[in-house]
Design a protein around this ligand. Structure first.
Ligand code: GDP
Length: 298
């Protein structure tokens, strides 16, 4: 095997050189495990998950001499094992409309993700309606209207500052009347006053349940990968204020190292429905655990 076949992004440094050939072997000892842990932590995986991953790697192999290729495969296998159970597309329900509440802090990519999802579902032949539930941010509403146009999907709005729950109620009515398959409701992402946000989301849920007591069928939390370990905090907070059922991780096309996804899967086990890989309408991809593990290990 050639050196380039074993091109070790993350792991090359373990062998003291960037282009360590596949034939070079090193003992899987404490020193090596510690270095591995450091690399994983630097990839945003967090300490707990990094320790668990390296412990699993060492099990039954401690003291063995392994090549960079073998370590890479071992690591990719461990990462994929954590990620496989959470790699699930947004589940579709036979309900009409299926109600998807979209939550997340401002700037995480909620609007963009709603637009991308709307476009995908529309391309799959679904009738989609969007409700611009962040009624306090005029710019957010405008931006959502732009995405609605791009996706060819109607966006229901309400006057600035009006009650988001009342918009959600009207949106349920209209989506039902129009026979829509999917209603996506955008929500405010202000965490400054958590009890206000909790009350606002609870009220939206209460009113849509007047139409359908099983709604919302999904509560999608949108997270920004570039915030690194902060994403873990956001899951905790949004689990307190809403009933998060799944995640979309955005901005994985940028400099984000992505290890935080492993930490999220390890800690919360929430499904990852999709990943954002750019700013364009088609830049939403299903989450592929093996591809992800291979990319992370380099
Ligand atoms: P919101 O405030 O949560 O609704 O966030 P927006 O949807 O407005 O997104 C905030 C910024 O992030 C915008 O500039 C988007 O173009 C950008 N963005 C969203 N998703 C992605 C992504 O997957 N990749 C990249 N590179 N940028 C993204």
């Amino acid at each position: 095997e050639t050196a380039s076949a074993a091109k070790p992004g993350l792991l090359g440094r373990l062998f003291g050189r960037k282009d360590a050939p596949a034939v070079v072997r090193r003992e899987l000892d404490d020193d090596m495990l510690e270095q591995l842990e450091e690399l994983l932590i630097a990839s945003d995986m967090g300490v707990d998950t990094a320790l668990r991953v390296t412990a699993n790697m060492a099990e039954g192999r401690y003291g063995k001499r392994l090549s960079v290729q073998e370590i890479k495969e071992l690591l990719a296998t461990e990462v994929a094992r954590i990620m496989e159970p959470v790699a699930r597309p947004l589940p579709l329900f036979p309900k009409r409309p299926q109600v998807v509440l979209v939550v997340g802090v401002n700037g995480s990519g909620k609007t963009t993700t709603i637009g991308k999802l709307a476009s995908q579902f529309r391309a799959a032949g679904k009738k989609v309606v969007i409700a611009a539930g962040d009624t306090f941010r005029a710019a957010a509403v405008e931006q959502l209207q732009v995405w609605g146009e791009r996706a060819g999907v109607p966006v229901l709005t309400a006057p600035e500052g009006s009650d988001p729950a009342s918009l959600a109620f009207d949106a349920m009515e209209q989506a039902t009347r129009d026979g829509a398959d999917l209603l996506m409701i955008d929500t405010a992402g202000r965490l400054q006053n958590r009890s206000d946000l909790m009350e606002e989301l609870a009220k939206i849920v209460r009113v849509i349940r007047k139409h359908d007591e099983t709604a919302p069928h999904n509560t999608l939390l949108v997270l920004d990968a570039t915030t690194g370990q902060n994403a873990l905090n956001q899951v905790k907070i949004f689990q307190e204020v809403s009933d998060v059922s799944g995640l979309v991780m955005t901005k994985l096309d940028g400099t984000a190292k992505g290890g935080v996804l492993v930490a999220l899967a390890d800690k919360f086990g929430l499904p990852i429905h999709a990943i954002g890989v750019g700013e364009q309408i088609d830049d939403l991809a299903p989450f592929d655990p093996e591809e992800f593990a291979a990319a992370l290990t380099g």
